[in-house]
Ligand binder design. Structure first.
Ligand code: PCA
Length: 327
């Protein structure tokens, strides 16, 4: 059913592109595939970006945002943009760590734990990341960090060993690796399917932000959130390079200007909304804990192991980024 809907959505996208091509040349239409709900702050920010592009170009470039993985599932969006099935998309960079370790940089626990550090890490890696996506025929328009990642559980926990044997939801290679390191049983579930996985009891614990916890109505099944602030993974808004190059210079300028504004706005939204999300979780009956010293030490240790592994995989290019970040 879901597959059929996705196929129909894609057919509609292809047809509208065709109709437009037959109609005026004056207007360009882009589709933007995203993976999170329409009322998530990332999606709201992207929608505002699309509105601003529309306004700045006097309607010459129309970007339709397809939220909640309605066009492509989160892990498929990058390839869809690369292959030109959609002109633009939103990706969770850490999802692509197996393709290139650099994509996993901002998913290493305790490397960058505040918005300020996450910004610094972003700056240290931006050029390398731009080159990497550039080689794949894409361009990064802007990024926005998710709020800091904490641990959701059914039962209270005191240390990492309390997670042993739990059914653990992972959203990336790194979050699966954490399950391995703590002895939990990982199952990969993307955000758009998380509420369902929770409702059917497939998961008992996981790490994510207050944002995704709230969106997934985690409070209906789990009662504890440990605000350990382990890392802030970024979403990147990417565009097919050929689609971008096909725009006239003025339109390109408008896109870049709206993208720069969306980046600044998005990072602010992320941190302000984080406080709101955590307040809402409490209102819905969850306990938001400051993790015990033992748990912090355990996760710090996990972070050290994962950074060492990452440096081995990422080679000199990765080391250069970490060095630039640590300066
Ligand atoms: N939400 C996304 C990725 C990180 C986050 O905070 C998720 O849980 O899938």
């Amino acid at each position: 059913m879901e597959r059929t809907i996705m196929r129909l959505n894609r057919l509609a996208v292809a047809l509208s592109a065709f109709t437009l091509a037959l109609a005026a040349h004056a207007q360009t239409k882009w589709d933007m595939a995203t993976a999170y709900p329409a009322n998530n702050f990332h999606t709201e920010n992207i929608q505002q970006f699309a509105n601003e592009v529309d306004k700045a170009t006097g309607g010459k470039l129309k970007i339709t945002v397809h939220a909640n993985a309605s066009l492509f599932k989160a892990p498929e969006i990058k390839r869809a943009v690369q292959g030109g099935q959609v002109q633009a998309g939103e990706i969770l960079l850490v999802n692509f760590e197996n393709e290139n370790p650099l994509y996993g940089l901002d998913g290493i626990p305790f490397l960058a734990t505040s918005y300020q550090q996450a910004q610094k890490l972003y700056k240290a890696s931006k050029k390398t990341m731009d080159d990497l996506l550039g080689k794949q025929g894409m361009m990064m328009l802007f990024t926005v960090a998710w709020p800091p990642q904490g641990i959701y559980t059914k039962k209270p926990i005191e240390s990492a060993s309390d997670l042993r044997g739990m059914k653990w939801r992972a959203y990336s290679p790194a979050t699966s690796r954490i399950a391995e390191l703590v002895g939990a049983q990982p199952v990969t579930v993307q955000a758009s399917e998380l509420s369902q996985a929770l409702a059917t009891g497939v998961v008992e614990a996981f790490m994510t932000s207050g944002s995704t916890g709230y969106d997934s109505k985690v409070y209906e099944q789990l009662s504890h959130f440990y605000d350990i602030q382990a890392w802030l993974p970024k979403n990147a808004i990417i565009v097919n390079k050929k689609a971008f190059d096909a725009l006239d210079k003025t339109t390109q300028g408008a896109v870049l200007k709206a993208a720069a504004d969306a980046e600044t706005r998005g990072w602010t939204m992320s941190s302000t909304k984080n406080d709101w999300y955590l307040t809402e979780l409490k209102k819905k009956g969850m306990t938001v804990h400051t993790p015990s010293a033992k748990m912090q030490a355990d996760f710090k240790q996990i972070g050290n192991t994962m950074l060492a592994d990452w440096l081995k995989k990422a080679g000199p290019e990765g080391k250069a980024v970490i060095d630039a970040y640590s300066k």
